[in-house]
Design a protein around this ligand. Structure first.
Ligand SMILES: Cc1cc2nc3c(=O)[nH]c(=O)nc-3n(C[C@H](O)[C@H](O)[C@H](O)COP(=O)(O)OP(=O)(O)OC[C@H]3O[C@@H](n4cnc5c(N)ncnc54)[C@H](O)[C@@H]3O)c2cc1C
Length: 554
């Protein structure tokens, strides 16, 4: 065991784990966060990013009230990475509106708190004025507003703030074992460093297991049985903004599905299916994609004209309620103090919860740890801003001053708020770093270099999560080489690393692209392969292209 002693070790670098590390560090606890991959590399990166009013959970008034309060907190501490988006629910049948009328009251009860209007009913004319692509049979629509947050940036900013308050964050470190004494008390954590290939140990009496859909596996390493209900969900990403506002509609099974404008693309989601598969190996299925397309097609008939550029699949770590369909399972969370149930003392696990609740979950568990440690510090995470939130930024003035396109600056502001000034400062000494690296997003070279220097990426995929680089319509075809070259220069990596990084990046993209291969996307992928193989002379033999594309549309 090494001598390093921490008050608390947090396992998992998703929205929950980074929120917990931030709260613990802000309350003065010596905190270590261990993540087996990169920050925001799992479930949180596959979610819609809605910090929801809890509309779907109108039968859980406490959860709705909590969600609404959390939205208010995020609007205060993270206003630079959130947006308020209008949504319409077009109706083809008035019975839909009647059966859902309870939602209207529940939503409207907390609307004022979130500074949004109460739910409105729109005429077909007004609906089509907002969204001209609507089906002619739409007879009315329901209008409401929800908030969205960039889940990758939220995790990153929570992690950076935790570091600012003294926490240590170690990515690519997988917890594989626990040191537990004969009194069933935790004494330490054993983890495998995937970069160095070494096994390391640290001392601690408290571990927060914030590993989402892996929580039961991590608990089992301490000999604990943890019940959890895993439920998978797919998203389809379209190559452009096909709608002006969010659109929600009931699917064939009566569930609500949605289409949200998302940066320069559109997000179509989501499915909800109980799963017993390994969360690491899941991909969206043909059925899930078709279910989503068919549902939205009922109100937006032209949806299939857009090109699917990617799909993604995530797993909800739900509270293990039985004899209920997924939609009726609580969206609340459980904190399991294993020691209180005659298990390992000091080990605390989460099940359930949502992105919108991550700060609240962190507050609850940090209160428990502080009490056990005899610390009196109270929670301030709802008051103290995340990095970059401090002051407003005049994008128009900056565009003139620095000679950088307004659109590029607007995207930079949405990622880092006032901290974008640190990026722009770099261009004073290096005006050549104003060059655009990723044109879809867009991202300039100065921001890529700043991110490598300040936000601890180790691979191109890490850069993607921090910058959205390579996530647009071309899926990285035009930026991969440039970004890899900058990464290698900044981190002093060699030619082999350069190639491995590009292949890893391509393999990760391919995981989501292969399900979308049909019609226009087949042609696009041929072009992409041509560019990598001919222009880049890149051997992609380890990428599995021998996959049977969808029969129809080929
Ligand atoms: C399709 C879908 C849509 C969703 N949409 C929304 C939404 O719009 N709004 C909302 O509020 N919620 C939404 N959710 C729910 C939300 O995404 C999750 O509740 C939340 O992201 C879970 O975050 P987490 O940090 O707990 O888990 P994760 O993001 O999965 O983080 C857990 C981390 O633990 C790490 N880990 C696992 N094992 C180990 C180990 N042994 N050692 C070290 N690290 C380990 C993993 O690598 C991972 O990074 C959605 C979920 C899905 C699946």
């Amino acid at each position: 065991m090494t001598d390093t002693q921490f008050d608390v070790v947090v396992i998992g670098g998703g929205s929950t784990g980074t929120a917990v590390a931030r709260d613990c560090a802000m309350r003065g606890l010596r905190t270590l966060l261990l993540e087996r991959d990169d920050i925001a590399s799992a479930t949180v990166g596959t979610c819609a990013g809605m910090i929801s009013s809890g509309l779907k959970y109108s039968d859980e008034p406490d959860i709705m009230a909590m969600c609404s309060k959390e939205v208010v907190h995020f609007s205060h501490i993270a206003r630079h990475i959130i947006s308020k988006n209008p949504i319409i629910a077009p109706l083809l049948d008035l019975s839909d509106a009647a059966s859902d009328s309870s939602y209207v009251d529940s939503y409207s009860a907390h609307a004022e708190e979130r500074a949004v209007p109460s739910m409105l009913f729109l005429t077909p004319e007004a609906s089509r004025e907002i969204e001209p692509m609507l089906h002619p049979d739409v007879i009315a629509s329901v209008y409401y507003e929800e908030f969205f947050i960039d889940p990758f940036r939220l995790c990153m900013l929570q992690a950076l703030d935790a570091i600012k308050h003294g926490a240590k964050i170690r990515t690519y470190c997988e917890v594989i074992d626990f040191a537990i004494n004969h009194n069933k008390e935790l004494e330490g954590v054993v983890f495998y460093n995937r970069v160095s290939g070494c096994t390391e140990k640290v001392r601690t009496k408290f571990v927060i297991n914030a590993t989402g859909p892996w929580a039961h596996k991590v608990a089992s390493a301490a000999g604990e049985k943890l019940d959890i209900r895993l439920n998978k969900g797919a998203h389809v990403i379209l190559d452009r903004r096909v709608v002006n506002v969010g659109v929600t509609v009931k699917a064939i099974d009566g569930r609500w599905v949605y289409l949200f404008p998302h940066e320069n693309t559109t997000l179509l989601g989501t499915t909800a299916l109980d799963t017993w598969e390994d969360p690491d190996s899941l991909v969206a299925s043909f059925d899930e994609i078709e279910y989503l397309l068919q549902s939205i097609e009922t109100v937006l008939p032209s949806i299939r004209e857009a090109r699917i550029i990617r799909t993604m699949e995530g797993v909800r770590p739900l509270v293990p309620e039985w004899k209920k369909p997924e939609g009726m399972v609580t969206r609340g969370y459980q904190v399991i103090d294993h020691g209180a149930n005659d298990g390992t003392k000091g080990l605390i696990s989460f099940t359930g919860g949502k992105l919108v609740m991550c700060r609240h979950m962190a507050e609850t568990v940090t209160d428990i740890v502080c009490k056990k440690l005899g610390k009196t510090a109270t929670c301030t995470t709802h008051e103290r801003p995340l990095p970059g939130n401090e002051v407003d930024i005049d994008i128009v003035g900056l565009s003139r001053e620095y000679g950088i396109a307004l659109h590029a600056l607007e995207r930079m502001r949405a990622r880092r708020g006032a901290d974008m000034m640190k990026v722009l400062e770099l261009t004073r000494e290096h005006p050549e770093w104003k060059t655009t690296v990723c044109t879809c997003e867009p991202v300039i070279e100065a921001e890529v270099r700043y991110t490598i220097r300040e936000e601890y990426p180790q691979t191109l995929n890490d850069l993607r999560r921090r910058l959205r680089l390579g996530t647009g319509p071309c899926q990285g075809t035009s930026c991969t080489y440039k970004a890899a070259a900058i990464l290698c220069e900044e981190l002093n990596l060699g030619g082999d690393d350069f190639l491995v990084d590009i292949l890893d990046f391509r393999a990760e993209r391919w995981k989501g692209i292969r399900q979308s291969l049909r019609g226009e996307q087949l042609a696009q992928d041929e072009l992409t392969q041509g560019m990598y193989a001919c222009v880049g002379n890149l051997d992609q033999s380890d990428v599995d292209y021998d996959v049977k594309p969808w029969e129809e549309g080929c």
